[in-house]
Design a binder for this molecule. Sequence first.
Ligand code: FES
Length: 266
Amino acid sequence: MSDRGRMRALHSNVVQLTRRAGLERRRPPAVRNPYSALPDWVYPTLVVSVLSAFSLYAAWVVLFFPDGRYGPYLSPFTSPEIHATIAGLAVPTGIWIFWVPLAFRGTCYYYRKAIFRGFLGHPRSCAAGEPRRGVYRGETRLFVYNNLHRYAFYLTAVQVLILWYDAVAAFVAGGAPRFGLGCVLMLVNVVCLSAYTFGCHALRHLAGGGLDCVSCHRARHRIWRGVTVLNVRHGAWAWASMLTVWGVDLYIRLLITGVVPHGSWN
Ligand code: FES
């Protein structure tokens, strides 16, 4: 090969290497989550699918299917039953209620993780690279509303107590003890909701925060330990309680519409 040919080959190699280096700089190296055996896309995809489906279902029920009572069974979407009108127009019961769990779950520390990973890919998974990395500004600007979580907790705690009342009332409807699948579902639902609500990080801080010596305050220390037990599986309770709310409501609506025939067992 002549000198000119060698120079051309060398030049084309340099150009190729430079281009490849440029591309690699633009594309961040794929990093796998070292804490999970599953591919990184599984969790975000699941979050987006289930949360989107639940949100659409909840919106449909609240706006277009306002009656959530079947005999002693009352849907969590319509409890407490509030019948009010504005300018002569009946407002669906769910409208008065839905914003409380929405505010609670929307500002929950677990759901924030799920939403950031699932809907924003920011980041997609633990230790995984991000396609575009913005400046982290903490709980400021749009996210300043997250600081309302403690107040949403107070309202949700009241709502959970009302759901306990509904569940017990279903077991003793008509003044006599009764047992049906609906009663059991309502009970399971309120147990899951209680485990989720009373495992809240904000409650844990209320119980044990702001003290130099938590164990010196026996009552607060006990509450803090109880909340901690629930808090360890907070994410699991978040999912379980959302699915039980969905399941109970669906079951009651299937009874209302006659898709599930009424029998002594249900
Ligand atoms: Fe999840 Fe409070 S942190 S409910």
